[in-house]
Ligand binder design. Structure first.
Ligand code: SF4
Length: 365
C-alpha cells in the first residue's frame, strides 16, 4: 500500500532519485509557499494563513495569477500570531479568524494554511477546521505544509493531496455539462499573466472542452467534479503529477503531460491530447478521426497566423542564447527560442525535476 509520503515522492523525479523532489538549489521558496501557489488561484475561496504576518506577506500576489471568477484570492488573510500566541497557543484565535473571514467575505470555502511557527507549536489545524466547518456551514480545509517540511515543489504536491482528499469527488457537474462528454481537466496551469486565456480558445476551436481548471481561473465548485472528466492534461513540469496519477488509480481517468509554451510545444500538446482521447476510448461528441482532423486544422491555421506575427523577429535567426530558468520553462523555453531560429549554447536551471533535465538534453541533442 502506498503511504502518504510515497505518494508525495512518487514520480517527482526518476524513482531512483526520488529524494531530489525535496532538493533545494537556492532561490526557492518553502513548502507553505508551494501549497499556496497551487491553491490560491481558486478565486472564490479565502486563503487564511495561520502564522506570523510575514508568511502571508511572503506569498501575497507573488505569482501574477489572474482570474475572471472574482478577486477574493487577492486578499491576504492571516491570524498574525505573535510571541504570546506561541507561549499560550492560538487555536481559539484561529477559530475566530476563520469565522470572521467567513462573515466578512462569504467565500465558497476557506483553505487554512499552517506555517513554520504554527506547525512547530503543534496547533491542531484539522480539529479547528472541523469545528469551524460546523460553525460556518462551508468547507474549511486544512493545508498542513509548514515551510520547514521542504521546498516549494513538495508544497505543490501537498496541495495536490489536499485537493484529492478534500475537494475532488465531492461534487457533481450540472447534467447538461455531463451529457456533452469529451472533457479534459487542465492540471498545473495557474493562468499566470492570463496565459490560460490564450490557450483555452485554441483548445475550444479544436473541439476540446475543459471540465475543471486546476487551478488557474477556477471556481471551487468546478474542482469538486473534476473526477467526471475524460482525460487529465498535466501542465507545468511534474508539480501536480501526483493528482493525475491518483485520479487514474481512483477514477480511471488517463493523463497526458504537455507544455503550451511556443509553437512546436503547442502543436505537440494538441496532438498529445487527441492521442490521449484515442487511447482512453472516452471520447464522445466527435469521432476519433474528426477530432484529430480538427486539431490538425487548428494547428495549421494558428501556425500560419503566428508565422505572420513572428516575421518581425526574423533578425533573431542565427543568434545565440544562454538560458537560466526553472521547472517546465527550462525545456519549453529552449523549444520556443528554437522556433525563432535562436541557437541555445548553454542552459542553467533550478527547481527542475530530473525528467525536466532529461527533456532539456533531448531537445538540445
Ligand atoms: S512558512 Fe516558514 S519558511 Fe515559509 S514563509 Fe513562513 S516562516 Fe518562512
Amino acid at each position: 500500500m502506498l503511504t502518504g509520503t510515497d505518494k508525495l515522492l512518487e514520480s517527482g523525479c526518476d524513482v531512483e532519485k526520488k529524494e531530489k523532489l525535496c532538493r533545494s538549489r537556492g532561490g526557492e521558496s518553502c513548502a507553505f509557499d508551494g501549497a499556496m501557489i497551487v491553491l490560491q488561484p481558486i478565486a472564490d475561496t479565502a486563503h487564511l494563513v495561520h502564522g506570523p504576518i510575514a508568511c502571508c506577506g511572503n506569498t501575497w500576489e507573488g505569482r501574477g495569477t489572474l482570474s475572471s471568477r472574482g478577486d477574493l484570492f487577492k486578499l491576504g488573510f492571516t491570524t498574525d500570531i505573535d510571541e504570546i500566541d506561541i507561549v499560550y497557543g492560538s487555536e481559539s484565535r484561529l477559530f475566530n479568524a476563520i469565522v470572521q473571514t467567513y462573515r466578512s467575505v462569504h467565500p465558497k470555502a476557506i483553505f487554512v494554511y499552517s506555517t513554520c511557527v504554527s506547525g512547530l507549536i503543534g496547533e491542531d489545524l484539522d480539529a479547528i477546521c472541523r469545528k469551524a466547518e460546523d460553525a460556518c456551514g462551508i468547507r474549511v480545509i486544512p493545508v498542513n505544509a509548514p515551510g520547514f517540511v521542504g521546498p516549494k515543489n513538495l508544497g505543490n504536491r501537498i496541495a495536490g493531496e489536499v485537493l484529492l482528499d478534500s475537494v475532488i469527488g465531492t461534487g457533481e457537474p450540472p447534467d447538461n455539462l455531463l451529457a456533452k462528454g469529451g472533457f479534459i481537466n487542465l492540471i498545473g496551469e495557474y493562468n499566470i499573466a492570463g496565459d490560460l486565456w490564450l490557450i483555452e480558445p485554441a483548445l475550444r476551436k479544436a473541439g476540446i472542452r475543459i471540465m475543471s481548471r486546476i487551478t488557474g481561473d477556477a471556481t471551487f465548485e468546478e474542482i469538486t467534479y473534476a473526477h467526471r472528466a475524460d482525460l487529465n492534461v498535466v501542465v507545468c513540469s511534474r508539480a501536480l503529477v501526483n493528482v493525475a496519477k491518483e485520479m487514474e488509480r481512483k477514477y480511471g481517468i488517463p493523463y497526458v503531460e504537455v507544455s503550451f509554451f511556443g509553437k512546436t510545444e503547442m502543436a505537440k500538446a494538441l496532438r498529445g491530447i487527441g492521442n490521449g482521447f484515442s487511447r482512453s476510448g472516452r471520447l464522445s461528441g466527435l469521432s476519433d478521426f474528426d477530432l484529430k482532423q480538427k486539431i490538425d486544422e487548428v494547428i495549421e491555421s494558428e501556425e500560419a497566423r503566428i508565422d505572420e506575427k513572428l516575421k518581425k523577429y526574423a533578425h533573431l535567426r542565427g543568434m545565440k542564447a544562454v538560458l537560466y530558468t526553472g521547472g517546465v520553462k527550462s525545456w519549453s523555453f529552449i523549444s520556443a527560442l528554437q522556433d525563432l531560429g535562436i541557437e541555445i549554447v548553454a542552459v542553467g536551471t533550478k527547481k527542475s525535476t530530473v525528467e525536466d533535465e532529461e527533456k532539456m538534453k533531448a531537445i538540445l541533442g
